[in-house]
Design a protein around this ligand. Structure first.
Ligand code: SIN
Length: 480
C-alpha cells in the first residue's frame, strides 16, 4: 500500500516527516506478516515535539473558532474520502474486520466534523454584577499543550474523540498511539497535513516503549493536560504522575459491562443485541458486554438464541467482506481469553457454543452457561469474544450483581417495560446505559462517553468533551 510505505519509519513532528534510525515492527495479527517498520521515538523526539507544540499553541489558540473549524472540516472530508485505506490500515495492524474498519473511519470523520462545528460555538457568558458600574464576563480559553495516549482497539475513533475537541478548543496535541496501531495515527497525520493543518498543532510520536516519551511530557509543566484511553492500571499511574505539575486529566479506563435480560424480553432480539455488543471487534471494546445476567425464566431459551446468533458469525480473514470475527490483537490478549474460559469451565461453567482457540490468534465466538461468582470472567475484563451467562430471580438481585464491580463504564438492559427501563437505568452505577441498544456510543460523538468508579475520570463526547480542553477565565471590569 503506497500510503503505508510513505509513512513507514517516520514520525510526524513539527509539520515534518522525521525518518528515524530506530524502528519497530508492526505485524498483521491475521498471519503475522510484516505490515511495516515504524519509527521508534524516544526522549529526543518528545523534546522537539514539545517545543513545536508550545510554539504552535501561540498562534493556534488565537485563530478564530471559524478558522480552526475550516481546517478540521477539510480533514474530516479527507478521512471520509480515505475510508477504504484507513479501514484497511486498521485491519492490517489490529485485525478488525474490514467492514468495521471502514465504519470506524466514518465514525472518526463524524467526530472531527462534530467538533469542527463545536469550534464555532465556543462562547463565554455575561456574568451579572451587584454593582451598577461593573461588567463581567466568562471567557473559555484553550488549556494548552495536550499529551494524548490512544488505544489499539479503536485506533482512529478514540483518537478523534480526543484530538477533535482539543483542536477545536485551540489546544495543540502530541499523540503517542498504541504500539500495535501506529500506522492509523500516522495516516491521520498525513491527512491532517493534506488538509492544511498547521505545523506543531498535531504531532504523532510512535514508540514501542512509551516510558521515555511519556517522561519528557509528563514532567514538563508546559504540558497542561493528559488524555488517555487504556487500562485502569496505567490510568492510575498517569493520574499520579500528573499530580506533580497539576495537569488536567481525562481518563477512559477499563470496563466490565453487565447486560441484564429481563423476563419480558423478546428473546431473539435480546440475544441479537447481546451478540452485537459482545462480538463487535472480537469483544475488544471497553464497552463490550462482559457479563450477561438473564432472568432464570428465560435461561434455556436465551442460551439457545445466543448460541444460534453466534453460529452466523463468520470467523476468518478480516480483509474479507463477509468476515465478522477477526483474530485477537496479540498473544497476550488470546492467552487471557483462554485463561478466562478454562478457569470458568474448571469451576463448573458449561460451554454452550464455541469455546476454542482455533489457531493463530483466533478464538471462537463463545457462550458459557452456569457461570458463578468466583470465576475470573465475572471479575476481570476479558477483552475477547466470550459471553458468560449468569441467571437471576429479581430486579434487585440483577442490579446488585451488575453494580458489584470496581468498574462503571457501560451497562445494558433488555426490557419492554418502560418503568423498569428507567428504574434500572437510574440504579446502575455506570456512565453509559444502553436500553435495548447494543452500541450506544458508536457514531455518537455528540453523546457523553466515560465511566464512573475505576472506569475513568471525566467525559469525552459532546460539549462535555470540549469543556475538558477549556479553562474558564473570569473578566471583571469597573466602568471608567
Ligand atoms: C470502546 O469501547 O473502546 C469504544 C467503543 C465505541 O466508541 O463505541
Amino acid at each position: 500500500m503506497t500510503m503505508i510505505s510513505q509513512i513507514s519509519n517516520r514520525a510526524y513532528i513539527d509539520g515534518t516527516w522525521h525518518k528515524l534510525e530506530n524502528s519497530f515492527e508492526v505485524r498483521n495479527p491475521f498471519d503475522q506478516s510484516l505490515v511495516a517498520n515504524v519509527a521508534d521515538c524516544g526522549a529526543q523526539e518528545a523534546k522537539i515535539a514539545l517545543e513545536a507544540a508550545v510554539e504552535a499553541f501561540k498562534y493556534w489558540k488565537n485563530k478564530t473558532g471559524f478558522e480552526r473549524a475550516a481546517v478540521m472540516h477539510r480533514w474530516a472530508q479527507l478521512i471520509l474520502d480515505h475510508q477504504e485505506e484507513l479501514g484497511r490500515t486498521m485491519t492490517l495492524e489490529m485485525g478488525k474486520p474490514i467492514v468495521e474498519g471502514r465504519g470506524e473511519a466514518v465514525y472518526t470523520s463524524t467526530a472531527i466534523t462534530w467538533y469542527a462545528e463545536a469550534a464555532t460555538r465556543i462562547a463565554g457568558e455575561f456574568v451579572p454584577s451587584r454593582f451598577p458600574n461593573k461588567r463581567a464576563f466568562s471567557r473559555p480559553e484553550a488549556v494548552g499543550v495536550v499529551y494524548g495516549i490512544t488505544p489499539w482497539n479503536f485506533p482512529a475513533a478514540m483518537l478523534a474523540r480526543k484530538v477533535g475537541p482539543a483542536l477545536a478548543a485551540g489546544c495543540t496535541f502530541i499523540l503517542k498511539p498504541a504500539e500495535q496501531t501506529p500506522l492509523t495515527a500516522l495516516y491521520l497525520a498525513e491527512l491532517w497535513e493534506q488538509a492544511g493543518g498547521l505545523k506543531g498543532v498535531f504531532q504523532v510520536l510512535p514508540c514501542q516503549d512509551p516510558v521515555q516519551v511519556s517522561k519528557v511530557l509528563m514532567d514538563d509543566p508546559r504540558v497542561r493536560k493528559i488524555t488517555f484511553t487504556g487500562s485502569t492500571e496505567v490510568g492510575r499511574l498517569l493520574y499520579g504522575q500528573s499530580a506533580k505539575t497539576l495537569k488536567r486529566i481525562s481518563l477512559e479506563l477499563g470496563g466490565h459491562a453487565p447486560f441484564i435480560v429481563f423476563d419480558d424480553a423478546d428473546v431473539e432480539l435480546a440475544a441479537a443485541t447481546v451478540a452485537g455488543s459482545k462480538y463487535r471487534n472480537a469483544g475488544q471494546q471497553c464497552v463490550a458486554t462482559n457479563r450477561v445476567y438473564v432472568s432464570e425464566k428465560l435461561k434455556t431459551e436465551f442460551e439457545n438464541a445466543l448460541a444460534k446468533a453466534t453460529s452466523s458469525i463468520k470467523m476468518g480473514n478480516p480483509l474479507e467482506l463477509d468476515t465478522n470475527l477477526g483474530p485477537l490483537v496479540d498473544a497476550a490478549t488470546l492467552a487471557k481469553v483462554k485463561d478466562h474460559v478454562a478457569d470458568a469451565v474448571s469451576k463448573g461453567a458449561r460451554v454452550v457454543s464455541g469455546g476454542h482457540a482455533t489457531g493463530g490468534l483466533f478464538f471462537e465466538a463463545t457462550v458459557l452457561s452456569d457461570v458463578k461468582p468466583g470465576m475470573k470472567i465475572l471479575e476481570e475484563e476479558t477483552f475477547g469474544p466470550v459471553a458468560p451467562i449468569v441467571t437471576f430471580h429479581s430486579e434487585e438481585e440483577a442490579i446488585q450483581a451488575a453494580n458489584n464491580t470496581e468498574y462503571g463504564l457501560a451497562a445494558y438492559i433488555w426490557t419492554k417495560d418502560l418503568g423498569r427501563a428507567w428504574r434500572v437505568a437510574e440504579a446502575l452505577e455506570y456512565g453509559i446505559v444502553g436500553v435495548n441498544d447494543a452500541v450506544p456510543s458508536a457514531m455518537a460523538p455528540q453523546a457523553p462517553f466515560g465511566g464512573m468508579k475505576n472506569s475513568g475520570v471525566g467525559r469525552e463526547g459532546g460539549m462535555w468533551g470540549l469543556d475538558a480542553f477549556l479553562e474558564v477565565k473570569y473578566i471583571s471590569m469597573v466602568l471608567p
